[in-house]
Design a protein around this ligand. Structure first.
Ligand SMILES: Cc1ncc(COP(=O)(O)O)c(C=O)c1O
Length: 377
């Protein structure tokens, strides 16, 4: 049986009313002539800081820029920064562009993230100065809080890559609040979007000032005109994107609730069929950006699974990640801490069903049934 509509991993969650409201706001922005660094940017930043629970939030053009700014502001140039091998280009590229040295970490097969206890050992053994921690799929692993505490006590700069983790929360604390600062992405496929965009969150006023300067060609004291005091770039968010951000943020919890409902259904089918997945039961709330279903030796190739599901009208989301950093041509020869066997051999052995904030309960049941069918046949 095929689904009536193709079930895709991306969904632009804007109602008819929200689209109309955005069109009106866009008209007002164009009429005002203030296209950047205006009232919508300030409003969105204030709302985001409040939601995450940090003192400051600074918007930028992308999360990649945010992560670079965090590395610079943390004083990590010429220093060693540990980062998972299982991540997006951006987490590692940002470290390199900030003049620091990425050191790759292998991952645990069950979480697809590094083992926090092992990371503590590596930090001590290799005198690591910074840690770029990526909450893969929006999941905060057990042991992360202890690792964060260790970083704070040892003056290791913990930077959280929260590109997947909007609204992810453990022990009452949101992703992005555990260390020196966090970076969120609003790329179209993410849990919420501003078309393109990123947000830096921090409790440190100086970091927020550095970020505001770096995103605006190093101008410390004025949005327009004025002198350049710092190196930086043109990394501002547009007023149009910020206005969209406010609308998306207002319904973020609602969007996450739909994702969580669908994920729960998928997980109940997987559990009944004895199929493994990355568990989030330790968390208060998980963004459910990705549900990572772990394949075993008896499962078909990912390509074959994708093909079979596509016939039923189900399009799988991209893996996180199918090719690790160490196997990407541009990062050939990059430093590593210990072996990268698991990430190089097993990271690709997972699939992500297409759960979005538009997934109905009925669709979640349909996806789950088909998934189990294909995985156990
Ligand atoms: C883990 C991770 N970090 C950073 C980024 C970069 O986000 P952006 O596209 O907003 O620069 C992404 C984007 O996909 C990501 O998945």
């Amino acid at each position: 049986m095929k689904s009536e509509k193709t079930l895709k991993p991306f969904y632009l969650d804007l109602s008819r009313e929200e689209r109309e409201s955005l069109k009106n706001i866009y008209g007002e922005i164009l009429d005002s002539g203030t296209l950047i660094l205006g009232p919508h940017t300030e409003k969105f930043e204030g709302e985001f800081a409040k939601y995450i629970g940090t003192k400051y939030a600074v918007s930028m053009n992308t999360c990649t820029s945010v992560l670079e700014v965090l590395c610079v502001a943390a004083g990590l140039a010429n220093k060693k920064v540990a980062v998972t091998n299982n991540t997006n280009f951006a987490s590692v590229e940002a470290i390199i562009r900030a003049g620091a040295y990425p050191c790759l970490l292998d991952v645990d097969q069950q979480t697809l993230m590094p083992d926090p206890e092992q990371v503590i050992k590596y930090i001590k053994e290799f005198e690591i100065d910074g840690l770029m921690w990526v909450h893969i799929g929006g999941n905060i692993v057990p042991g992360f809080e202890r690792l964060a505490q260790f970083c704070v006590e040892s003056n290791v700069k913990l930077l959280e890559d929260c590109a997947h983790a909007h609204g992810s929360k453990v022990s009452g604390k949101m992703a992005g609040t555990f260390g020196f600062g966090g970076g969120f992405s609003f790329f179209p496929t993410k849990v919420m979007t501003t078309m393109e965009g990123g947000m830096l969150v921090t409790d440190d006023e100086e970091v927020s000032m550095i970020a505001k300067s770096m995103r605006n060609q190093g101008k410390r004291f004025a949005a327009y005109g004025g002198l350049h005091y710092d190196h930086g770039n043109s990394w501002r968010m547009s007023e149009i994107s910020a206005a969209m951000g406010s609308i998306q943020l207002a319904k973020l919890d609602q969007m996450i609730a739909v994702r969580m409902r669908a994920a729960k259904i998928v997980e109940s089918y997987l559990s009944s069929a004895g199929i493994s997945y990355c568990d989030v039961s330790n968390m208060d709330q998980a963004s459910r950006y990705k549900i990572m279903v772990l394949l075993n030796d008896n499962n078909k190739s990912i390509e074959a699974i994708k093909e079979r599901l596509q016939l039923a009208g189900i399009v799988l989301g991209g893996g996180v990640y199918e090719t690790p950093i160490s196997l990407q041509p541009v990062f050939k020869g990059i430093n590593k801490l210990g072996s990268l066997d698991v990430s190089e051999k097993l990271c690709a052995r997972h699939i992500c069903p297409p759960i979005t904030s538009g997934t109905s309960e009925e669709e979640a049941h349909f996806i789950s049934k088909k998934l189990v069918e294909v995985l156990i046949e």
